[in-house]
Design a protein around this ligand. Structure first.
Ligand SMILES: O=C(O)c1ccccc1N[C@@H]1O[C@H](COP(=O)(O)O)[C@@H](O)[C@H]1O
Length: 216
């Protein structure tokens, strides 16, 4: 049987403006993500992320997102920005991800075949949780595309977030059908990459809360 969480956690990812960070806090989201992946159109510098982090309200997590960044890059960003969580989207293994003294989420690429036969909890025993995203292994995230939710592993063994193509138009169904611990959104609350829209953000949160009431 699927869990019935009292409240689905919400993460807004790929912010590039302090005003969007402030509004996210006002709307009661649980975490805001800053992208440091090299190819991303939402990439920010450590200095910018640090400034935006100070716009966060208390009790809102700051997440630093990486995709195959070097150990030195991750270390520098952790030192500079002091994120409360790390999120890894590339081929990083558990030893790499846990090497920075900050809890981490491991993104699992759902857009292709997983070649590993080991369960996720055995591959990433140090992970605080998982994030199931639509990109193919090695591919770029933040595409705004969904994946077949039936492919989510039955019992990942840790808290997990659903990501990939979520928006106010589909997040109610996504939460009711999959019952994730949390949801993560980037494109679905944007006007253009990195530029969030206040109305889309507010409607997204409303739809998640509506689903939470429905699920109980
Ligand atoms: O947002 C990016 O540019 C990005 C780059 C590299 C890896 C992940 C990225 N974003 C993450 O992708 C998912 C889903 O995004 P979307 O809602 O489909 O646009 C989310 O976890 C973003 O944080």
């Amino acid at each position: 049987m699927k869990p019935n969480y009292f409240r689905t956690r919400i993460k807004f990812c790929g912010v590039t403006r302090a005003g969007d960070v402030r509004l996210a806090s006002e709307l009661g989201v649980d975490a805001v993500g800053f992208v440091f992946a090299h190819q991303s159109r939402r990439r920010v510098e450590a200095e910018e992320a640090r400034a935006m982090r100070s716009a966060l309200a208390p009790f809102v997590d700051s997440v630093a997102l990486f995709k195959d960044n070097t150990q030195e890059e991750v270390r520098e960003i952790v030192r500079h920005m002091r994120p409360s969580l790390l999120q890894f989207h590339g081929s990083e293994d558990d030893a790499f991800c846990r090497g920075f003294g900050v809890p981490y989420l491991k993104a699992i690429a759902m857009g292709g075949d997983d070649e590993s036969t080991l369960p996720l909890r055995a591959r990433f025993p140090g992970a605080a949780g998982f994030l199931f995203d639509s990109h193919a292994p090695g591919g770029e995230g933040g595409s705004g595309e969904t994946f077949d939710w039936a492919r989510i592993p039955q019992d990942p063994g840790k808290p997990w977030l659903l990501a990939g193509g979520l928006s106010a138009a589909n997040v109610f169904d996504a939460v009711v059908v999959t019952r994730p611990w949390g949801v993560d959104v980037s494109s679905g609350i944007e006007l253009s990459p990195g530029i969030k829209d206040g109305d889309l953000m507010r409607r997204f949160v409303e739809e998640v809360r509506r689903a939470d009431c429905h699920a109980l």
